[in-house]
Design a protein around this ligand. Structure first.
Ligand code: NAD
Ligand code: MG
Length: 393
């Protein structure tokens, strides 16, 4: 029986994780759940999974939640507030597995805490790795943690690696990693159409149902850019050896091209419960609730190169990865500010890459020597990006 802590249990990945746990209930004990705002769903999850701890960072919401469970069967649950409580539950002695499914930079410190505590760390929160890169990878190796990717592409790549493979180790005999990309909802949109994209259109992904931020990232292809960076750190592969291939059906989740001419791919229906089930039970297998792939139904798998001109975010991510240091921290912070402003109708869809590029031009890249450097670079880049909004109009 594995004891699990789920950071961001009310989000898309959190809910899918609990689906897999429900299906394999005798193998898991849910110890801690955390949520930012949706305390109603958190309460339902508590009724079903009876955790020992819940964390709600906001003190008022935590108090509201605590009042709502008084004198109910949930009365025994410890309700914690404050951001540092997210780190506390990740480091509990009884926790074996931490599922890092908070969105954005807010997940960085708890993810790092789980690595430092030597946990089995199931990483969905790609931003944490993009921001902190080598720091997170070193925390994993120095503390005997096990880092397993939940992102479907990286989970696919991991499955295509040699059996004893560990993330963070160079892969022997590798020619290149091929990250597949659906291309998002605007794969064949004209420049004119792109400039008029609404929030609703950008959130409507053709193949995957996901949280709002990653849906926008998929539409701009920044998601693939962040994934190139994520792959570089996870598998110790240089930017030049990571290719992106548009594959609109999202059936092949990624591929590893070896020097002997073999290409290994992982296929499946596009449903995050597959990588989640894989990582939760690794190195064994368990049911995920995902139906078997019907090859006859998917008669055609097609491929095309990504358009860097149409989706500059992909180019910016490669540039940041090659620049090293805090460049990827700056890229991520600028993207989070840009997406936020797009969601609030303050900038247009095509302003997103412009704002990121302007922020990168005006930010100084530093060597990453400590978490303090990373947090400072993140804060400065957010400030810079906010200033740059007035410069891209
Ligand atoms: P989501 O918006 O659906 O859920 C985010 C979760 O994080 C929620 O539980 C929310 O309460 C919590 N959260 C948000 N802000 C927080 C804050 N400031 N402090 C503490 N908790 C906070 O997002 P999602 O789609 O589940 O994505 C989660 C992460 O997984 C992202 O990093 C995303 O890139 C990655 N990911 C998601 C998918 C997917 O299919 N949804 C696929 C691959 C990777
Ligand atoms: Mg992905």
């Amino acid at each position: 029986m594995k004891s699990v802590c789920i950071l961001g249990s009310t989000g898309s990945i959190g809910v899918s994780t609990l689906d897999v746990v429900r299906l394999n209930a005798s193998n898991y004990k849910v110890v801690a759940l955390t949520a930012n705002k949706n305390i109603q769903l958190l309460k339902q999850q508590c009724v079903e999974f009876n955790p020992m701890f819940v964390v709600i960072p906001d003190a008022d919401l935590a108090e509201q939640f605590e009042r709502s469970i008084q004198q109910s069967e949930l009365d025994g649950i410890s309700v914690l507030s404050g951001k540092e409580s997210l780190e506390f539950v990740c480091q509990l002695e009884i926790v074996d597995v931490v599922v890092a499914a908070i969105v954005g930079a807010a997940g960085l410190l708890p993810t790092l805490a789980a690595a430092k505590a030597g946990k089995v760390l199931l990483l969905a929160n790609k931003e944490a790795l993009v921001i902190s890169g080598d720091l997170l990878m070193s925390a994993v190796s120095e503390n005997g943690a096990t880092l397993l990717p939940l992102d479907s592409e990286h989970n696919a790549l991991f499955q295509c690696m040699p059996a004893a493979y560990r993330t963070g180790e160079p892969v022997k005999g590798l020619r290149r990693l091929i990250l597949t990309a659906s291309g998002g909802p605007f794969l064949h949109a004209s420049d004119e159409e792109l400039s008029r994209v609404t929030v609703e259109q950008a959130c409507a992904h053709p193949n995957w149902s996901m949280g709002q931020k990653i849906s926008i990232d998929s539409a701009t292809m920044m998601n693939k850019g962040l994934e190139v960076i994520e792959a570089s750190y996870l598998f110790s592969v240089d930017a030049d050896d990571i290719d992106v291939l548009v594959h609109p059906q999202s059936i092949i989740h990624s591929m590893v091209d070896y020097i002997d001419g073999s290409v290994l791919a992982q296929l499946g229906n596009p449903d995050m419960r597959t990588p989640i089930a894989h990582a939760l039970s690794w190195p064994d297998r368990q049911p995920s609730g995902v139906s078997a792939l019907d090859f006859i139904l998917h008669k055609q798998l097609s491929f095309e190169p990504p358009s860097i001109d149409k989706f500059p975010c992909l180019r910016l991510a490669y540039e940041a990865l090659k620049a090293k240091g805090t460049a990827t921290t700056i890229l991520n912070a600028a993207n989070e500010v840009a997406v936020d402003n797009f969601l609030n109708n303050k900038i247009s869809f095509t302003d997103i890459p412009k704002l990121i590029e302007k922020t990168m031009e005006r930010s100084e890249v530093k060597t990453v020597d400590s978490i303090a450097t990373v947090l400072l670079a993140d804060a400065e880049a957010r400030e810079q990006a906010t200033t740059c909004i007035g410069l891209i109009k």
